[in-house]
Design a binder for this molecule. Sequence first.
Ligand code: GLP
Length: 240
Amino acid sequence: MRVIICENYEEISKKAADIVASQVILKPDCVLGLATGSTPIGLYDNLVEKNKNGEIDFSNVTTFNLDEYYPLAPDNDQSYRYFMNTHLFDRINIDKARTHVPNGLAADPEAEGKAYDEMIAAHGGIDLQVLGIGQNGHIAFNEPDDNLVAGTHLTGLTENTIEANSRFFESIDDVPRKALTMGMGSIMKARKIILLANGKSKAAVIKEMMNDNVTTSIPATLLKCHPDVIILCDKEAAGM
Ligand code: GLP
């Protein structure tokens, strides 16, 4: 695992965009794994800029997002599909048919999860996965637990996550209690992973990433078993 400590959020966003852009330039028909949350917004803004100035072409890129609230319609403005459309897909020359987000209205969430993993495999797997990190060490919506599920699945959210994510909703009662999420197994199959962490609230969990312990009670620590992970964090998240 490599850790790159950046001066600030702008530098994290720029460096992350340079890495994603390199991937797209090296393999124009690559498969990107994408994340939501406030952290990758700066990365997406930089990618939009690079697309506008002709540096990168998304026309042959395929994307798979990590997760989606359940149940929530894709056109609900709190859905992750809506987030991705607004922050990235509607602003770049990507073919929307090549962008995938788990279906938050799937009648059979178990079948949806299985089909999602099969679809990723059918596209040759994820070349580069972008990740954020929850304050409790959750990745996507893989919450701390004794057991984790490897594949894409329906899961309950912890109180900690419901509270942290309530800032995007009118009231905490509006936050869905469940989500469809790629499992740690689906995520670990990505060939390369970049994890973005910004601000003091992430310092405790980033500290846990620096020691050699791996535990399902901090799902992000499983990434220590992956051969190609880069953590991009600012000084605050690095505890400096
Ligand atoms: C949500 C998402 C995660 C994301 C996390 C952190 O729970 N499911 O994928 O990493 O939020 O969000 P933020 O970047 O806003 O701190």
